[in-house]
Design a protein around this ligand. Structure first.
Ligand SMILES: C[S@@+](CC[C@H](N)C(=O)[O-])C[C@H]1O[C@@H](n2cnc3c(N)ncnc32)[C@H](O)[C@@H]1O
Length: 355
């Protein structure tokens, strides 16, 4: 049960504050690729924007892969000046137009001001969900459709719908991941988010398995190496810097003090991961060399963003990589919640199931 088809000409997009124009540039390019137009309404550092396509359906664009948006969903209607004494009533009336959903997401901008809404949203969630359940509009576990509400402030925002396939798997596009005490660095959260956001469960089961091999370029102090090694992957960690000693003592990890840009693996690996901070074109050329030569099958790496033309730069680099690799190679990229001035890229070989 996925619910009736609803049309929409507006997309609500959440992103890291400061990247609204990059989202707009990306959506402009994607819409053009679909033979569509559109325009953004965005304020600098707002952490969100709306994308408008008057007279057209925004659904094909919503169903396309995105790099800069953390999440996006079709808008049914904006709401304004919700009465303080009954904010639920007007939103219930809109929710009825969406129909029964399996879950509700309540979102707000990831800005200082937006985070001030946390308490309001916590209280509102309880009352709103109760009211939805009473009316048969929220039936947890049933159907894929999610009711989406975005609060710009407590009286104003947008209501729409989504699903995990096209809006992403997390409310606000923000994963709530815990950093275990033994993790060598906070970067460990970044590769975990990359796996969860950019790989399917089947791909993770296939590749993140005991007996697989990996090289981690720029590995120290060892957060990414630790994440791979705790799945039983044998890791060669390349860095002039020191790894956390427990990694070498307790896990299938070996350390090579070498240069990421010149070191070559003695035999082909399953994984190549790379968190070296360098010029994006230089990192990309390194990844291309490894993948084209068959030194690794799967890659996870960061591309540092330039100061200007961020979307145009990464789009050009990713299309260069795509052209260099065999047809069918899967390239997925996103500015993760744990990314600041970079994006994270995952590359998977064609026909992964048969490897
Ligand atoms: C952001 S840190 C990596 C953090 C690591 N992924 C983690 O999870 O703990 C970048 C690392 O790249 C290393 N690095 C920079 N240039 C390098 C090079 N040319 N060869 C090898 N390592 C390099 C640095 O020494 C540094 O340890």
């Amino acid at each position: 049960m996925n619910g009736k088809t609803i049309q929409a000409d507006t997309l609500l997009v959440l992103c890291r504050p400061g990247f609204e124009n990059d989202c707009a540039a990306e959506l402009t390019q994607q819409a053009a690729g679909l033979g569509q137009g559109g325009y953004a309404r965005a304020k600098d550092n707002a952490g969100f924007l709306t994308w408008h396509m008057p007279g057209e359906s925004v659904l094909p664009l919503w169903q396309s892969a995105r790099i800069f948006p953390r999440t996006a969903w079709p808008v049914l209607a904006p709401f304004r000046e919700l009465p303080q004494e009954d904010r639920i009533g007007p939103l219930l009336a809109l929710a009825r137009e969406v129909g029964p959903v399996g879950a509700v997401r309540l979102e707000y901008p990831d800005t200082n001001e937006g985070r001030g809404l946390q308490r309001f949203v916590r209280g509102f969630r309880k009352a709103f969900e109760q009211a939805l359940r009473k009316q048969g509009l929220l039936v947890p576990g049933q159907g894929q459709r999610i009711l989406q509400v975005f609060f710009e402030h407590s009286g104003q925002g947008f209501l729409g719908w989504g699903d995990t396939a096209h809006s992403g798997i997390w409310e606000q596009g923000i994963p709530r991941l815990r950093l275990p005490a033994e993790a060598p660095s906070r970067s460990a959260l970044k590769i975990e988010e990359a796996w969860l956001r950019l790989m399917t469960p089947q791909e993770r089961t296939h590749w993140l398995a005991a007996g697989r091999s990996a090289v981690d370029l720029g590995a120290a102090p060892g957060g990414w190496t630790w994440q791979l090694a705790r799945h039983g992957v044998r890791v060669t960690a390349v860095d002039h810097g020191r790894l956390v000693p427990a990694l070498l003592a307790d896990f299938p990890v070996s350390h090579v003090s070498g240069d990421a840009f010149t070191w070559r693996p003695p035999r082909p690996q399953d994984w190549l991961v790379c968190d070296v901070v360098d010029k994006p074109a230089r990192t990309l050329a390194l990844m291309e060399k490894w993948l084209v030569n068959g030194w690794a099958k799967v890659a996870v790496f960061n591309l540092k963003l330039p100061m200007k033309q961020r979307h145009a730069t990464v789009a050009a680099l990713l299309s260069r990589l795509d052209a260099a690799l065999p047809p069918g190679t899967v390239i997925r990229a996103a500015q993760l919640y744990h990314d600041r001035e970079e994006i994270t890229v995952v590359v998977l070989p064609p026909l992964m199931a048969s490897r």
